[in-house]
Design a protein around this ligand. Structure first.
Ligand code: NAD
Length: 296
């Protein structure tokens, strides 16, 4: 059986590693937070004391880290993946980072004869737990077909967006739209509430009307409308505001490089930055709803 190393066991990586274990895979894990390693080991993972130890015998390495700075240090550092992974390892980074950083680490890996795909995901923590994530891969046909069988344990839609870095470009465009949709949905729901409507009734109406979108279907931002989403759990867990701000910065940087006009994203970025500054950095991004719902 192929040995898998999984690095980064946070809101997304924790449930993804658990799904690999449920599928019967041999998984060694590492995270800087010991409690995250312990939780994975309670489900059958093997613990490692460092990333170097986790990857040394791995045939497949999957990383799920917050941002490019963490990915670059894990891949390019002295104790990292590029110097220490097995010569024929397949390496998959599912973090959301900028396309150039993905190309930098991917090229370093591929020039040493190994295979790499950037494979960011969509679907949130619920999708990670249910094994229904969407994977958006960038890389060669060969690397993508090697990665597909392992990712099928974790997701139900697996796309090949293009060459190295293309997965990240697609992911950034998607999250830019998500930021706008979440802010706009919050704004519409609060307008309905302020004018005497029940947010559950309003959500049901929009779901069957032209305003329907993913946030209404899967991730309603108004507390009490939907069960098992962050808005009904004091906006804990999920996708943190600081990570959405990271993704909006990635989108705005990409837009600057390609001279693209992204006015909706610029406004969304301003809103999420203000929201983060108001103490919501570690709350789920659907907490943007509270910016509209504060006492009038
Ligand atoms: P998170 O902050 O919950 O988890 C990241 C984990 O990485 C933490 O447990 C942290 O301790 C660990 N880590 C950081 N540096 C490390 C290192 N050098 N070695 C080992 N472990 C390290 O973040 P998350 O929500 O799981 O998101 C991970 C990535 O997935 C981000 O890039 C995010 O943008 C993306 N993403 C998140 C969601 C979501 O809904 N949460 C959805 C899609 C994509």
């Amino acid at each position: 059986m192929k040995k898998i190393a999984f690095i980064g066991l946070g809101n997304m990586g924790g449930p993804m590693a658990a799904n690999l274990l449920d599928a019967g895979c041999d998984v060694t894990v590492f995270d800087l937070v010991p409690a995250a390693v312990e939780a994975a080991c309670a489900k059958g993972a093997k613990p490692a004391g460092s990333a170097k130890e986790a990857i040394k015998e791995a045939d497949i390495i999957i990383s799920m880290l917050p941002a490019a700075t963490h990915v670059k240090s894990l891949y390019l550092g002295d104790d990292g993946i590029v110097p220490h992974a097995k010569p024929d390892a397949l390496i998959i980074d599912s973090s959301t980072i900028d396309a150039q950083s993905a190309r930098d680490v991917g090229e370093a890996i591929e020039s040493s004869g190994r295979h790499f795909v950037d494979a960011p995901v969509s679907g949130g923590t619920a999708g990670a737990a249910a094994g229904t994530l969407t994977f958006i891969m960038g890389g060669t046909d060969e690397a993508v077909s090697m990665a597909r069988p392992i990712l099928e344990h974790l997701g139900k839609n697996i796309f090949h967006a293009g060459p190295l870095g293309a997965g990240q470009v697609a992911k950034i465009c998607n999250n830019m739209l998500l930021a706008v949709l979440m802010a706009g949905t919050s704004e519409a729901l609060q307008l309905a509430i302020d004018n005497g409507l029940d947010p559950k009734v309003m959500s049901d109406i929009m779901l069957q009307s032209s305003g329907s979108n993913w946030t209404l279907e899967k991730y309603n931002p108004c507390p009490g409308v939907m069960e098992n989403v962050p808005s009904s759990n004091d906006y804990a867990g999920g996708f943190m505001v600081k990570l959405m701000n990271k993704d909006l910065t990635l989108a705005m940087n990409a837009a600057a490089q390609s001279s693209s006009s992204t006015p909706m994203a610029a406004l969304a970025q301003s809103l999420y930055r203000l929201h983060q500054g108001n103490g919501f950095a570690d709350k789920d991004f659907s907490s943007i709803f509270s910016m509209f719902s504060s006492e009038k």
